[in-house]
Design a protein around this ligand. Sequence first.
Ligand code: SPV
Ligand code: MG
Length: 677
Amino acid sequence: MFGREFLIMKALILNSGVGSRMGVLTSEHPKCMTEVTNKDTILSRQLKQIANAGIDEVVMTTGLFDSVLVSYCQSLELPIRITFVKNPVYKDTNYIYSIYCAREYLDDDIIMMHGDLVFDNEVFDAVLAHDGSCMTVSSTIPLPQKDFKAVIQNGRVTKVGVEFFSEAMAAQPLYKIKKENWKAWLDSITAYCEDNKVKCYAENAFNEISGGCVIQPLDVKNRLCSEIDDSEDLAVVASRLWEVENRTVYMCFSTDVLHSGHIEIIRKAERLGKVIIGVLSDEAIVSYKRFPLMPYSERKTMFENIVGVYKVVEQATLSYKENLEKYQPSYVVHGDDWKAGFQKPVRDEVICALAAYGGKLVEFPYSHDEKYLTLENRVRVDLSLPDVRRARLKRTIEMKGTVTAIEAHSGITGLIAEQTVVYQNGEAHQFDAMWVSSLCDSTAKGKPDIELVDMTSRFRTIDDIMEVTTKPIIFDGDTGGLTEHFVYTVKTLERMGVSMVIIEDKTGLKKNSLFGNEVRQTQDGIPDFCAKIIAGKKAQKTKDFMICARIESLILEQGMEDALERAFAFVDAGADAIMIHSRKKEPSEIFEFVERFREKNSLTPIVVVPTAFNSITEEEFKERGVNVVIYANQLTRTGFPAMQNAARTILENHRAKECDDMCMPIKDIITLIPEDY
Ligand code: SPV
Ligand code: MG
């Protein structure tokens, strides 16, 4: 079974008692077969808890109705081996004699429990986790008159019985006993029985040798750990169990690849209550991690099919708050990795939200296992493959509504675009895509942005970026060149895994749009540019590749009507997106275009490059119906002045010392560049 390690420990369940105080409830079967919930008896519950804890060997003493009990246990089909030991004189002896009968099977560490004991998983977990030998006691329950009490002295249980009231605590017969302690106790039990002292408790034998048998008290306080002696007890325990079993546990997952670590933590959560899984929305995942390999709907189905998961719901943001308020789970379970780092504010908010209604946070140690890291790296490799990468831009636009891209003109700028993440108020932000700008690509090569850098060289740049990144690429195709050439460009870009090419409606010697109109620029005619789009779309082989038509009418001062006429014509010709450009700082003409375009076309994605109109936030663009925001040249325009400055500083000082503070430490460069992608 997934992630389960079997413990070298046996469970001893004492079921030889007659259970006469239960009346008709035990007229046909032993007490342990009494139903305590609508799906479990006392015994099936105990056995499931034992099996779930990874104990696969049980010794069970029986008496009256022993064949009913044996076939019942078999019908449960649990992954445990049960050795049944019948006490032949169960009517005339107490369980001390049953243990004596079973002694030859009891030579390991043991978990001992009475067959009428009901305890919750937290109690059992604490017993199992105890380092030494222990017995469950409660410091909060009043001392019972007739039931077991344990005398506690110097942190040890020195006596167990119904007659002790001094220095005593209420105690329940649920023990974990280490082999060496058990040997001492079992020897004493054997001596008792062989001396015909068989009508007392096994604890009487313990009391004789407690000086040489270290059993510590394990305080379970108010947690459920109760014996069922009569129908009154049954009613109380059943109602507490109902409450325990209806507790819910909330966990959030972003993963698209399930591994044993996930199953393990779900299993642990399941022991606390009914597991509700919040599956993070695609948008939330893209914002902080990486593009999910599987969309939300498939990830939801995956979790719904895990045995023991009660419910799967969407968690739309990294914040748990909304779902915690809605479902009010008794527990939130998480790995302890979020105590520090970017998830800390999310954790703090969870603690606050839980405190508002009395919920609890349970954190399990986070596994940094190599194999999980390898799995994640494999996913990243998959994401970088052409078919997967190409399709992702379209899907991310559908998912998020508005995506962002930043320019990259080399492997290192690609890595910056890929890896930069900013965490703010429990949210994470990163770029969705990369823009391979003609301006920046040309600038990096020391050349003007006039379609001088040929396509072979531009493809080389794409290749450099692709080799070290996974994010989708939008390629600045300038004018697209001659239609006869453009069709080849489309095919090559598609083959490489580029997601979108943007071509601008200009002909002749193209100059960068931001330079102004001092240099004469010719806008292409609508029919010719439409023909180029049609030819490009025809050349395209996959459904995911996008050709975006860029309209230069506002740059070339041809007016809004011209821009809109072109936009609709280009969409009719098959353009998958429209880029509208402007040189004005003031965004009103862009906004007017978007508004008027959207009046007639609500679907075709709109792309903007807010280099001039840079005061507008992504949120505002989104509200107005823009789908792609490209930061087209900021890495180039910040990087190169820094280099000029360093060069000047060295020249001025005739040495490099003065420019040290401007330099990125070598260590940071190494961190930026992963060794093996
Ligand atoms: C580029 O980045 O090369 C572009 C966008 O074409 S812009 O410089 O704004 O014209
Ligand atoms: Mg360009």
